[in-house]
Ligand binder design. Sequence first.
Ligand SMILES: [Zn+2]
Length: 198
Amino acid sequence: MPTKSMKPIHKPPKKKHKLPSNITVSIAFLEPVEEELQELLALIVKDYCRRFKAKITKNKVHISIAGIENSRAGPGTPIGMTIANYDNAGKEVNRILVQIRDPYLDDDVSSKHIYILFCFLQVICHEFVHVAQHLTGRLNGKTNNFDFIKYTKKRRDERYFFDPDEIEARLLETFYAYRYAFDLLVISEDILPEALLE
Ligand SMILES: [Zn+2]
């Protein structure tokens, strides 16, 4: 079992996917995965725009993505979080901060388990969908149509789980983990269950 967590096993595809030049990205993970995460984000934003016929803002936006320490996380602690800053009376996004709890900063060896890796990749993809939502303005149920589901707004858990933006992010997180993240960020091919490689 490798001691490191995310390590690219495939050579990155020849054609690099990049975000438009008005979008800048900085990445702070302990592992050297800057290129892979940049590419994953670009692939997800590109697919998201194509799928929903959405357009990326022309404004300058800086995205910071950080893998943060995990060991104090407990039930109810968010494992990923995306926060955005808007100017022009809340109309234009200009900064996006993505925080993802990195299980590989934890000394516990069980965090190397395949399911932890898969969950980690899903969380990364989930937060990147939120980034795509901010970059395209598809937020607050404006254009995503999940608001037909009834829920109790007074209850915090229902408010979170049935929020249209969250439903959309959960709908896409596994798909993006399968389609893009595994190829870019898996530990080693031999630990992947066959089903995941089909
Ligand atoms: Zn979310």
